[in-house]
Write a protein that binds this ligand. Structure first.
Ligand SMILES: Cc1ncc(COP(=O)(O)O)c(C=O)c1O
Length: 392
């Protein structure tokens, strides 16, 4: 097999899932607080748009750039929600989820050995696509300061070498829950601009922010970033459309054209009728998104409430996204060991912070993307499990 294959890693969720199945095979029932997968249904008007499109025979090859109606809807959305202006004819691309946008962006900006800066801890499925594109992930340590994980411009600058090509930023930030504010984004932008880097900006959790935090696109915070930024987003989380596999990128014309070549030689974009539904999602009424945001806000509050007052656990209130990082530094074991014991002895599934990088050690990622009885029972088990581990 090719030399690049051993460099690839299964995602943390898939690795943990294999262990969950083994535990279930022993007859133990498990409850999951693991996945970043919304349990809410895709809003009905979006489903109907896909069905209508299928009935209308919209089943042939899509425009590889993305159907014009979708690109126009993306341009409208970027202006409406982010205050950004992109030309649907030349600067927008439809992709198969954010995952393909990340891949195409990396394939476009990286030469062999090119380094990509990643905050640590961060979404674990960035490192493998960087390696697949011939690059090298370089971690920027971001330990929590008080209630929040932060990426400091000085630490970022320290990690830059002559081989550094890009910073891959995620705001709202998985798994930490940080939503970068305007001052933070401008400080990061100065480093990116002065050191002549690309910014790959993954904004997939933008719709779900809490307690006064608001998503700000880095290019809106610092317009000078525009010529060197590839904005990556998807409908997966915002519209509960994870399985539809549809997203988009916005980038200056030359970068978008280069990414189009990558896309034409690989995925060729989402299915035509899916793109029609995505256009309806972006253009149509947005009240379902606000209803979902309120639901996630209530779930977030529940997690914080139910993990309160534990000696062994300090939950950090997230500003955005689907996850609470629960600090467990007071426990006498690694996050992976705690995760394993919670699974095997208490049947509750979380992900160890170390799966997201060394600075995630000392925390567990608790997801509230799924709610209802699963969340409630999962939190009961988690609390009991943490108390039991701490009591030894
Ligand atoms: C930060 C981040 N980016 C991208 C993705 C993948 O997005 P998609 O399902 O649209 O490919 C995820 C999924 O969990 C994520 O957390």
């Amino acid at each position: 097999m090719a030399g690049r294959v051993p460099d690839l890693r299964p995602t943390a969720v898939n690795r943990v899932l294999a262990e969950v199945r083994a535990v279930q095979a022993r007859g133990i029932r498990t409850v999951s607080l693991m996945r970043g997968e919304p349990d809410l249904p895709t809003p009905a008007h979006i489903v109907e748009a896909a069905a209508r499109s299928l009935r209308d025979g919209r089943t042939s090859y899509p425009d590889n750039r993305g159907e014009l109606a979708l690109r126009e809807a993306v341009a409208l959305k970027l202006e409406r929600d982010n205050g950004l202006c992109y030309d649907p004819a030349t600067e927008i691309l439809a992709t198969s989820g954010a995952t393909f946008g990340i891949h195409a962006a990396l394939m476009t900006v990286l030469d062999p050995g090119g380094e990509v800066l990643l905050a640590d801890p961060i979404y674990d499925a960035y490192a493998s696509p960087i390696r697949l594109a011939g690059g090298v992930p370089v971690r920027v340590p971001c330990p929590p300061r008080g209630p929040r994980f932060e990426l400091h411009a000085g630490t970022l600058a320290d990690r830059i070498t002559p081989r550094t090509r890009a910073l891959l930023l995620n705001t709202p930030w998985n798994p930490t829950g940080t939503v970068f504010g305007p001052g933070e984004l401008r400080a990061i932008a100065r480093v990116v601009i002065e050191r002549n880097l690309w910014l790959l900006s993954d904004e997939i959790y933008e719709a779900f922010t809490y307690g006064g935090a608001r998503h700000l696109s880095p290019v809106a915070a610092e317009p000078e970033l525009r010529p060197r930024t590839i904005l990556i987003n998807a409908l997966s989380k915002t519209y509960s459309m994870t399985g539809w596999r549809v997203g988009y990128c916005a980038a200056p014309k030359e970068a978008a054209s280069a990414m189009l070549l990558v896309l034409q030689q690989s995925s060729r974009g989402p299915a035509t009728f899916i793109q029609d539904a995505a256009a309806e999602a972006l253009r149509g009424p947005q009240d379902a998104v606000e209803a979902m945001r309120r639901e996630y806000a209530a779930r977030r509050a529940l997690v914080l409430e139910r993990l309160k007052g534990l000696h062994a656990c300090r939950p950090l209130p997230p500003e955005g996204g689907f996850f609470v990082m629960a600090g467990i530094a007071a426990l006498d074991c690694s996050s992976d060991e705690a995760r394993r014991r919670l699974l095997e002895e208490h049947g509750v599934v979380v992900i160890h912070g170390a799966a997201y990088g060394a600075c995630g050690e000392g925390a567990l990622r608790v997801s509230f993307a799924a709610g209802g009885d699963a969340l409630s029972e999962g939190l009961t088990r988690l609390r009991a499990g943490l108390e039991a581990i701490a009591g030894e």
